[in-house]
Structure formats: structure tokens, C-alpha cells
Design a protein. Structure first.
Length: 177
């Protein structure tokens, strides 16, 4: 059974890459021209969202460099200790909605420092998989289509990140604590 799964997983992507243009060709779709038109649209979309991405990256850098992140972690440490939650994972809860790359780098650093089988490593990995880069997603997708008022999407996205963070901590404490 495992051999079949390995064969399917090894061939799934190449088969799809070959199937889609072949299907389009037989449906009389101009494959190359459609690809070029899509690439042109993608390029203009990328140019249009660059200002939004730069603004978000500057805000993240200011948040980290100002010491606000360290202040929040220090302020919350006694509360977290009472709940048996390591304070080392708290910055991940603040970083994950802001930046995928930054939070992944932070998770990697936690795993290198404490080990993948430590409570901190397990919590960091679970948080990384249970939350999303909400502000990045809103910046890119809303910027791409020109949506200016995303207040409800922001509220729901950040709320789901908080729930994902808390659930990740609770599950890790229940399973590994």
C-alpha cells in the first residue's frame, strides 16, 4: 500500500502539469497565448501590490526594532507562567499574523535552541500550522483587487489567529504537558 502512495505522490504533479495544457489544446484553447496574457496580468498585479508590501514590511520592522515586542513579552510573562505556557512562544503569536517568513525564522530559531521534541518546539510548530499570516494575506489580496475597506476581514482574520494560537497551546499542553 505504501508503495502505491509513493508512486502516486511522485507522479501527481508531473501528470497535472502535462494534463492541463493537453486538455486546453484539445479544447482548442490557445495555450501559449493564454499563458502570456496571464503572465502580463500577473506582472501588473505584482507591480500594483508592491507599495502595500513595502508598507507592511516597514511596520513589522518598526514593531520589532522599537522594542514593543520585547515589552509585550515581558509584561505577559507572569501570566503565561501561571498557565504553564513558556514565554518564548509568545512572540510567535504576535509575529505570525504579520509575517510568514519572520515567524518561520523565529520558529526555526526556537527549534534550534530548544529542540523539536521540547514543549517549546512542539508549541511553536503547532502555532505555525494553526495560524495564518493575516495581515500579509489582506495586504496582498486586497491590494491586488483594490479593496480599501477590509475592516471586517481584518477583525475576523485576527480573531481566528488568536483562536488558533490559544488552541495550539491548549492542544500541546493536553497532549504533551
Amino acid at each position: 500500500m505504501l508503495d502505491w502512495i509513493n508512486v502516486i505522490s511522485a507522479w501527481a504533479v508531473p501528470v497535472m502539469i502535462a494534463f492541463i495544457p493537453l486538455y486546453a489544446y484539445f479544447k482548442k484553447v490557445p495555450v501559449y497565448e493564454s499563458f502570456v496574457d496571464g503572465a502580463k496580468d500577473g506582472f501588473s498585479t505584482a507591480i500594483g501590490i508592491i507599495p502595500h508590501l513595502v508598507g507592511m514590511m516597514v511596520a513589522i520592522s518598526v514593531f520589532r526594532a522599537s522594542g514593543a515586542l520585547d515589552f509585550l513579552v515581558g509584561w505577559m510573562t507572569p501570566f503565561l507562567a501561571a498557565l504553564h505556557i513558556p514565554a518564548e512562544v509568545l512572540p510567535l503569536g504576535f509575529l505570525r499574523p504579520l509575517t510568514g517568513t519572520g515567524s518561520l525564522a523565529f520558529t526555526t530559531d526556537l527549534i534550534k535552541t530548544y529542540g523539536p521534541d521540547s514543549m517549546i518546539g512542539r508549541m511553536a510548530s503547532t502555532i505555525q500550522g494553526s495560524t495564518d499570516t493575516t495581515l500579509y494575506v489582506l495586504t496582498v489580496y486586497f491590494g491586488a483587487v483594490g479593496i480599501r475597506n477590509g475592516r471586517y476581514a481584518l477583525k475576523v482574520g485576527l480573531f481566528s489567529d488568536v483562536i488558533g494560537f490559544v488552541a495550539a497551546l491548549a492542544v500541546c499542553l493536553l497532549l504533551f504537558g
